[in-house]
Design a protein around this ligand. Structure first.
Ligand code: GAL
Length: 390
């Protein structure tokens, strides 16, 4: 009931009224919709090199994923030498990135994509194999800009106990002063409630610890991230961590749930599998244009959990043109019927809607009052409801 009330506030009292408006001190006009791309960490960890990054950029284009919106190719931890050079600059690791990051950025840009990189707001990165940027913010931001980097993920290891609120704004300002428009992704694992202060600092912020490639981790993270829904909006998003779709630890239905939920809650869609060898099922999940369109909807309101009955949940959020996105999520282990009532999602009981099933690609017309469906264990049904003109 309480959840329904919150949702009603979000959709009925002017579309964005339940969001928190931050005076935007950020001048970059990036992330009007959540970022989409790929990141090396979930699948490859520290086993990365320039060949992998190039082949991933190639695969992003040749598979067609670039054409449905994925654009960032993000290098995570372990791309650099342990020590800075004599001028204090970060140095790409000679054994794995011999051509340097500038050459890689040129290659990725040549494919019509963007390049992301990783640094840390402490004295060392989390892998302990690279220097951190604490005290070197201006210099490192300039280095990244000079290489043509488009995106920075900024981690939180070896932080010397200094508050995030001192460390992250410094890099934010340094990026703004760098002369290049660089996406700023904060990664302090949700430790100091970043949703409450990061919207004016960065374009996205992690709300939780690291995702693991299993059902429990994914579902727990979805719940933790939900708490911060009202702080997200165009230019600044909650980040429940990167996708595990295609990495093998969940079933197809679990991955479909994962992708549908990340889309609904306006999470960054950062693929974490090996694009060069993904199977057809993985491709079909990641490339569903109707699900991606929910994530990229211009209204930019994060969908929320609006109803819960044991393991049976309804999540929903408003979209442009008075539409509503709905996910019926069966988190239990037997097939079950799940119902969303129009009153759960701020619609008039008499409203007649088209109900588009985004995975079956089927539309039902004249649906009134409620929508019910049988949902398999650990699976979802995902819909967009659009008002019927009467
Ligand atoms: C963690 C971060 C991960 C990954 C890793 C690299 O702190 O949450 O996403 O970047 O560091 O060492």
């Amino acid at each position: 009931m309480f959840l329904s009330f919150l949702f009603l506030l979000a959709v009925v009292v002017t579309p964005n009224s339940a969001q928190v408006h931050h005076p935007s001190t950020r001048k970059n006009v990036l992330a009007l919709t959540p970022q989409m791309g790929w990141n090396s960490w979930n699948h490859f960890g520290c086993k990365i090199d320039e060949q992998l990054i190039k082949e991933t950029a190639d695969a992003m284009v040749s598979t067609g994923l670039a054409s449905v919106g994925y654009e960032y190719i993000n290098i995570d931890d372990c791309w650099g030498e342990l020590n800075r050079d004599s001028q204090g600059n970060l140095v790409p690791k000679a054994s794995t990135f011999p051509s340097g990051i500038k050459a890689l950025a040129d290659y990725v840009h040549g494919k019509g994509l963007k390049l992301g990189i990783y640094a840390d707001a402490g004295t060392k990165t989390c892998s302990q194999t690279m220097p951190g940027s604490l005290g070197h913010e201006e210099q490192d931001a300039k280095t990244f800009a000079s290489w043509g980097v488009d995106y920075l993920k900024y981690d939180n290891c070896e932080n010397q106990g200094i508050s995030v609120k001192d460390r992250y704004p410094k890099m934010s300002r340094a990026l703004l002063n760098s002369g290049r428009n660089i996406f700023f992704s904060l990664c302090e694992w949700g430790q100091e409630d970043p949703a409450t202060w990061a919207p004016s600092i960065g374009n996205s912020w992690r709300t939780t610890g690291d995702i693991e490639d299993n059902w429990n981790s994914m579902t727990n993270i979805a719940d933790k991230n939900d708490k911060w829904a009202r702080y997200a909006g165009p230019g600044h998003w909650n980040d429940p961590d990167m996708l595990e779709v295609g990495n093998g630890g969940m079933t197809t239905e679990e991955y479909r749930s994962h992708f549908s939920m990340w889309a609904l809650v306006k999470a960054p869609l950062l693929i974490g599998c090996d694009l060069r060898s993904m199977d057809n099922t993985t491709f079909e999940l990641l490339s569903n244009k109707e699900v991606i369109a929910v994530n990229q909807d211009r209204l930019g309101v994060q969908g929320r959990k609006v109803k819960k009955n044991d393991d049976l949940e309804v999540w929903a959020g408003p979209l442009t043109h008075k539409r509503v996105a709905v996910v019926l999520w069966n988190r239990g282990s037997s097939p079950s019927n799940i119902t969303v009532n129009w009153s759960d999602i701020g619609l008039k009981r008499t409203a007649k809607m088209y109900a588009r099933d985004l995975w079956m690609h089927l539309t039902r017309t004249g649906v009134r009052g409620y929508l019910s469906a049988e949902v398999s264990p650990h699976a979802v049904k995902m819909y967009v409801l659009t008002p019927c003109r009467s």
